[in-house]
Structure formats: C-alpha cells, structure tokens
Design a protein around this ligand. Structure first.
Ligand code: AMP
Ligand code: MN
Ligand code: MN
Length: 325
C-alpha cells in the first residue's frame, strides 16, 4: 500500500476507473477515491465504461462518471490511471486501451486478481475494495466529510450484504463504525438500495421463480432471464442484480445461479454460495472471476439455454466432487 500511495501522491492528473457492470463497491471505490484525490488538489476524472445502474443515480457524484468515449472527447490527459475493484483488464471495457500508455495502479480485493497493472495492491482479506480506498485516502491525508463518508460506506455495506455475508469480519465492522463516526449515513444507503424497488422487478422475479430449477437435492438452485423476459416486464439487467441473493436464501441451498441474457447473445452468469463451495475457481474455469462466495462470468455468442447447458452439468460435477473431498 505504501508504494501505491507514493505513486498516487506523485501524480497530478489521475483517471480513476472501475469495472463494467458496476456494483455498489465499485461505484463507491471510484467516487471515494476520486473525491479524496480532488480534496488534496489533484485533477481527477472518474471512468466506468458501462451505464451506471439507476439505483445509484440518487448520488449526485454519479453524473460525473464518464464512459470511455466521453473520456476521449474530454481531452483529459492523465498521468496515472488507478483501477479499483477490478481483477482483470477485460473488466474495464475500452479503458483497457490506456494500459501500456499510462502507468496503471490497481487496488483490488478479488481472489482471482491476475496483477495486470504496473503497481498492484491486491489484498483478498478485505471484504470490500472501498475499505482499501478508505486506507489510501487516510494515508493521503484526506479529510472526510459526511458526503465522502457516506459514499465510502456504501461499498463496505454493499459488498458485505449490509454486514451479513461471511466476509463481514471485525475489520469490516470497525471500518463501518469509523465511517459512521465521520458522518456516513447507513440509512441513506440502505433505503436507496434496498427499499427502492420498482413493481416491474417483482413481476420479473415472479417469472424467475416460475422458471427456477433445483438439482443435487436442493443444494443447487438456478433460474434464468431471457431478453424477451426483460422486455415483457419492462426491465433491464439493472433490475435483476439482487435476484441471485434471494435464490441463495432458500433453505438447504449451497449454490445459487442466475443466468441473465443482458444483451442479445451476451449472458451474465451470477453465482453465490453459502458455506463450502469455492466459486472463484469455478468462475475462472468458465472465463470469469470473483470471490469464494460471490463470482460471475460473462459469456458472449451464446443464448441463455446454451450457457445453462454448458454451465449446469459442469457445476453439478464440481459441487459433487468438492462435497466428497
Ligand atoms: P456479480 O454476480 O455480477 O454480482 O459478480 C460477483 C462477483 O464476481 C463480483 O465480485 C465481480 O467482480 C465478479 N465478477 C462478475 N462477473 C465477472 C466477470 N465476467 N469476470 C470476472 N469477475 C467477475
Ligand atoms: Mn465489484
Ligand atoms: Mn468489490
């Protein structure tokens, strides 16, 4: 960490980049680091090469995030790119084109991180990347106000399932407490993310439940959403991010999987496990990545049924093998 803090300190124009299909931890990490760097006088641009899910639009700072095209149009010429919550270069979309052209720092907590940057601070023991950003900001002497504390807290809360997943360790609670003491408002985040659902999402979820299948005596549960289902219910992939958690919450389930055709012939596989199955290596074996209890992969050129036919038998086999050993 000391090394990357020195590198960031020495830069003047910093581009802070997050991953495609951004989640709360990623948006929190991008915005918290961007804001921290601005507060200590750097010129900063925040980049995510994907549409920001509507739930996060309540945060004013979200409108300052640019995609790659907008970044190019802006003429901003960074002397450093800091990539947060990202395990491999394909996860930053077209910002990949900057790799090799500007020095790249990565701050990340994924088990599957392949250390692709010039300077990598990868620590798999953190529940959220936002905790790592919190440490970088403090080391840089950033003074936290209520707004920055709330934005930073968002990542700590969302990547730990609001402090209840197995990654919610004592340090997560300590960081959350410290951020609340600095003015962070957990209720603002929970009402924005958890109590802000559209009725269309419930109708889509009802459809998902109807299609749900179980295997291995209920240890594996999965369902899917086709493009037609999204259209039928007036939804997009932004509306279905939490569904996999609902499936995992079923009694006896070890692994829950949602297959979502988020664009024609682009299927996102979202996976969660409860106690013992290591999803990070499984996700890697199908071209994705993630953490032991939460992982994903995006598979192009196949429809939902083709992807399920490929992934489900493989997963059943891996789960049976891992249970026996
Ligand atoms: P998700 O199911 O999309 O919420 O993703 C769960 C976890 O897996 C997150 O930590 C993601 O960063 C990671 N992940 C999701 N999709 C991919 C992918 N295509 N490649 C690598 N990691 C992924
Ligand atoms: Mn993330
Ligand atoms: Mn994360």
């Amino acid at each position: 960490m000391e090394r990357i803090v020195e590198i960031i300190r020495g830069a003047e124009k910093v581009l802070v980049v997050g991953h495609i299909m951004p989640d709360g931890d990623d948006i929190s990490s991008v915005l918290s680091l961007s804001k921290g760097l601005k507060l200590i006088g750097k010129e900063v641009m925040s980049g995510i090469d994907w549409k920001i899910p509507w739930v996060f639009e309540e945060l004013e700072e979200v409108k300052d995030i640019v995609d790659y095209q907008k970044f190019l149009n802006s003429g901003f010429d960074p002397d450093l790119m800091v990539v947060v919550d990202v395990s491999s270069p394909d996860r930053i979309g077209n910002f990949q084109e900057l790799i090799g052209k500007v020095p790249v720092v990565v701050i990340d907590h994924h088990a599957t991180n392949d250390e692709f940057a010039d300077y990598n601070w990868v620590d798999r023991s953190f529940g959220a990347c936002a905790q790592m950003v919190f440490r970088v900001n403090k080391e840089l002497g950033v003074e936290y106000d209520e707004n920055l504390a709330t934005i930073n807290l968002m990542g700590v809360l969302t990547d730990t399932g609001f402090l209840r997943f197995p990654n919610a360790d004592a340090r997560v609670y300590e960081d959350a407490t410290e951020l609340v003491k600095l003015g962070g408002k957990p209720h603002k985040i929970s009402s924005m993310i958890l109590e802000n659902k559209r009725t269309e999402q419930f109708h889509l979820f009802a459809d998902v439940l109807e299609k749900m299948k179980t295997e291995l005596d209920g240890k594996l549960v999965y369902s899917y959403i086709t493009q037609d289902m999204y259209k039928k219910h007036g939804c997009t992939d932004e509306d279905s991010t939490g569904f996999v958690h609902e499936l995992r919450s079923i009694r006896g389930v070890e692994v829950a999987v949602m297959f979502m055709e988020i664009k024609p012939r682009l299927v996102h596989v979202s996976m969660r496990s409860k106690e013992w199955f290591d999803l990070s290596s499984f996700a890697k074996s199908i071209g994705g990545g993630g953490h032991p209890r939460a992982a994903g992969a995006s598979i192009e050129g196949k429809d939902v049924f083709e992807v399920m036919n490929y992934v489900v038998p493989k997963l059943k086999e891996e789960m049976s093998r891992s249970e026996k050993s």
